[in-house]
Design a protein around this ligand. Structure first.
Ligand code: TRP
Length: 458
């Protein structure tokens, strides 16, 4: 039973690896990972995050790609058909819905932050950071940028338009060459930043210790939940993005090797970003727990003082914007494929509807950083940006792990052993059995454990 996707197929296995890596590597690695690590006390948080990547992220990614390739449609129709085909309840389609909704909510604020990155390309290029002090870069960010909703709105609109253009044309053209060239450059530039961090003497060691020396007294169950959510967010899991990309994958590609490559690349980028950023924070007596603005305050300071800073700074934010772009299209793609399949819309029309709605919700996040900001506490961490933070917590910490939980349960308990073995192409090997054991027991148990602890039930 080999289905074909009505939306076409990747030109090669490489194209899929690149697109999936493009989806995974994004703001989650460079913007989010450092700031939530800072908010949650460092080392112990990083350790739990890495454990979640291995025990939950990798098995769920294999499951998601597998379901996508078998179903060959949008997450909603894929889940529906796969459930019916294996003699189960068609209501599994709601899992697809949960994912499409999560993608829509995430993209709304993701686009706002990506807009910051775009804006910072121009700020870097104009030399605004040259020689700036810690107070200077901070006021540049907080007072001369975040405080102005019309500025944020402009960049959010531009980024959303960029995302819609690619999705409207079909994600398979253009993505490949963009990722092939840009990802390695981003990686190199991060190495340059790590080099700069190394020149910070004592602060470099301090940064490394903060990230890698676990202090479990600094970690709450809320922090564990955030680390688990981050594992989903950074690998683009739990909402069908990777499922849709998997649905364009040819039958001959190895799902397990592909998954390892993506997870390894994604994790290295996040760790490098942390290693580059924390020393700068400590060298300048800044707070690691500064929140979403962390990299927009610490990195400009570094660019303002390193040789070639104007060039490196502009290039860095160009690449970060690109990384965000290749991620955002994977958030929009599931909704669009579903609209196309269900209402026989043209791709461009479907993209317009979904994109405009997402843009509109994004406006709420724009105002969360200024006029409509309010504070609340989540699991011991002070959150200052109202609806933006609520959307982020709701999607990353609740919807994605919930989606992942059901994806694991479906793949291991509802899909037949033959079907998954056939699709993963691993035969009855150790690898296959290890995967099955993980998605069947370990992954669901780990997700449930964290959820129940958070709710205070355990
Ligand atoms: N993984 C991307 C990042 O780290 C964000 C992203 C893209 C995403 N597609 C997703 C997150 C799907 C969750 C689900 O920036």
């Amino acid at each position: 039973m080999a289905r074909k996707s009505m939306h076409g197929e990747w030109s090669s296995r490489w194209a899929f690896v690149l697109a999936a890596t493009g989806s995974a590597v994004g703001l989650g690695n460079i913007w989010k990972f450092p700031y939530i690590t800072g908010e949650n006390g460092g080392g112990a948080f990083v350790l739990v995050y890495l454990a979640c990547i291995i025990v939950i992220g990798i098995p769920v990614m294999m499951a998601e790609i597998m379901l996508g390739r078998r179903g060959r449609q949008s997450p909603i129709n894929t889940m529906h058909d796969l459930a019916v085909e294996s003699g189960h309840n068609p209501n599994w389609k709601w899992l697809g819905w949960l994912g499409v909704l999560a993608g829509f909510l995430i993209l709304s604020y993701y686009s706002v932050i990506a807009g910051w990155s775009l804006a910072y390309v121009f700020r870097s290029a104009s030399g605004a950071f040259t020689g700036a002090t810690a107070d200077g870069v901070e006021s540049l960010f907080l007072e001369r940028f975040l405080a102005h909703p019309e500025t944020l709105l402009f960049w959010h609109t531009l980024f959303m338009a960029m995302t819609m253009i690619i999705v409207a044309r079909g994600v398979k053209s253009g993505l490949e060459s963009a990722v092939k060239f840009l990802m390695p450059t981003l990686f190199l530039l991060l190495l340059v930043m790590v080099g700069y961090a190394m020149s910070q003497g004592e602060a470099f060691t301090q940064g490394l210790e903060f990230m890698f020396r676990p202090n479990f007294s600094a970690l709450t169950w809320g922090g564990v939940l955030t680390a688990m959510g981050q594992a989903f967010f950074t690998l683009s899991l739990g909402m069908g993005a990777i499922m849709v990309y998997g649905s364009y994958l040819s039958h001959t590609a190895s799902i397990s090797r592909t998954t390892f490559a993506i997870a390894a690349a994604d994790t290295s980028v996040a760790l490098l970003a942390g290693i580059a950023i924390f020393p700068i924070i400590f060298a300048n007596n800044m707070e690691p727990s500064a929140g979403p603005g962390l990299i927009f305050i610490s990195l400009p300071l570094a660019f303002g003082h390193m040789p070639g800073g104007v060039l490196f700074g502009s290039l860095f934010f160009v690449l970060l914007s690109f990384a965000a772009w290749t991620s955002s299209i994977s958030l929009l793609e599931p909704v669009v494929t579903w609209l196309v399949e269900t209402f026989s819309l043209r791709r461009i029309t479907a993209t317009l509807y979904a994109g405009i709605l997402t843009w509109l919700l994004g406006v709420v996040s724009v105002f969360s950083f200024n006029d409509w900001a309010f504070e609340f506490e989540f699991a011991g961490v002070l959150k200052e940006n109202g609806v933006f933070d609520i959307l982020d917590i709701l999607t990353t910490n609740i919807m994605l792990p919930l989606g992942g939980l059901f994806i694991a349960i479906f793949a291991a308990w509802f899909m037949s052993r033959e079907a998954s073995r056939d699709e993963l192409g691993l035969g009855d090997s150790m690898r296959y059995n290890l995967w099955r054991f993980l998605v069947k027991f370990v992954t669901p148990a780990a997700i449930l454990l964290v959820f129940l602890n958070m709710l205070g039930i355990i």
